[in-house]
Design a protein around this ligand. Structure first.
Ligand code: 3PG
Length: 209
């Protein structure tokens, strides 16, 4: 359920973001993240084979909460749901996509960059949102400022987050979690360096405590 996913994110406090087009490498990467304390992941739809990657990771890693990121259209949302993914995330929000997401029943987190986006999200019932790109739009300063008019909203800060910056970001009371791709760098995936990825995951999990 959406509530159980939010609870898990509140507990983990860091959501790794994976960009890869290779099923085998995706499964190895997600397994490694889970083994090192991060059993939830966002797989982006930024590569041609991403929907297939998502489907296979969902099948191969049943104990991991596998979500889809970079959902831009209602058609992608439908395809994501069909893969069995646990949740969906977008970098932004549109009226068309928000309506489709609210009707789909898929646990969904739209992206916002400011107050107007957030008002649109709330019109469709979404009060847990991704703040993106967090480092550009103001990070915790923005989260804190939006907390005035929107005290019940919680944010996942994503974009430019690092293992160094995350402990401070997580101290802001309306920050649910942070997300980032730094635990799964393309170079380490290409090199099949799962030990190094495991170390980055363990370091991020520790920084979240
Ligand atoms: C995203 O999809 O949210 C971003 O790629 C994450 O940003 P990062 O790569 O700066 O962590």
């Amino acid at each position: 359920t959406k509530q159980s996913i939010i609870s898990q994110l509140a507990q983990l406090r860091v959501l790794p973001i994976l960009v890869t087009d290779d099923v085998g490498q995706a499964i190895r990467c997600v397994t490694t993240l889970a083994e090192h304390g991060l059993p939830a992941v966002e797989i982006t739809l930024r590569t041609p084979n991403a929907m297939n990657v998502l489907r296979e990771v969902v099948k191969a890693c049943p104990t991991v909460t596998v979500g889809a990121g970079t959902i831009l259209t209602p058609a992608q949302l439908d395809a994501v749901k069909e893969t069995g993914a646990a949740f969906g995330i977008s970098p932004g929000i549109t009226p068309v996509l928000a309506k489709a997401a609210a009707e789909s029943g898929l646990p969904y987190f739209p992206g916002v960059g400011g107050a107007s986006d957030l008002m649109l999200a709330l019109e469709h019932g979404f009060d847990v949102v991704k703040l993106f790109p967090s480092d550009i739009v103001g990070g915790i300063k923005m989260a804190k400022a939006l907390g005035g008019p929107f005290p019940d909203v919680r944010f996942c800060l994503t974009g430019g987050v690092t293992v160094e910056s995350m402990p401070q970001l997580l101290q802001q009371s309306n920050v649910l979690c942070v997300g980032g791709s730094w635990m799964c760098p393309a170079g380490l995936i290409a090199a099949n360096d799962w030990a190094a990825i495991g170390a980055l995951a363990a370091q991020a999990a520790a920084a979240a405590k």
